[in-house]
Write a protein that binds this ligand. Structure first.
Ligand SMILES: [Zn+2]
Length: 159
């Protein structure tokens, strides 16, 4: 598998939520969030650590504070996502094995619970691995207002 590094800051955009559309096909409902994209302007990645940048949102006109992490910090965060994904995924598989053990010993009450926990955990593994690959280390600052965080996201321009 080819691991691509974090996207360049110039390839990232500040997205302002303009709408959410729910489409239902058969039994599957997907929610698509639409964004108006704006340049991150002069925001740049620091050499190490992380920094904050104020970016003007062209839709609502507010300055949105972002945190921009250096490449090494971003790669460490990705690594942590991967490690946690693996721990949870392998833990999930262990629960599924336990379910078989419980079933073999006639503890059918426990089997269902073990299977549910195991399958849920094992299924979250690929999601966390995907999250690790997508993580670019640039996001709306955690200390921004709740409203600002709900309305904005940092996205890759190639989406
Ligand atoms: Zn906005």
């Amino acid at each position: 598998m080819v691991t691509k590094g974090p996207a360049d800051v110039t390839q990232l955009r500040l997205g302002h939520v303009t709408g959410r559309a729910r489409t239902t096909r058969g039994r599957t409902t997907t929610t698509v969030t639409r964004y108006a994209l704006h340049s991150l302007g002069a925001a740049r990645r620091p050499a190490d650590g992380s920094t904050t940048a104020e970016v003007l949102c062209g839709t609502c006109g507010r300055q949105v504070r972002l945190t921009v992490a250096a490449i090494p910090v971003t790669m460490r965060t990705r690594q942590q996502w991967r490690i946690w994904g693996r721990i949870i995924g392998i833990g999930g598989l262990a629960f599924i094995v336990l379910a078989f053990v419980a079933a073999a010993h006639g503890m059918s009450g426990l089997t269902g619970a073990f299977v549910i926990v195991g399958v849920l955990a094992a299924c979250s593994w690929p999601g966390m691995a995907a999250e690790a690959r997508k993580h670019d280390g640039v996001k709306v600052a955690a200390d921004e207002t709740r409203q600002a965080r709900q309305l904005h996201a940092v996205l890759r321009s190639s989406r």
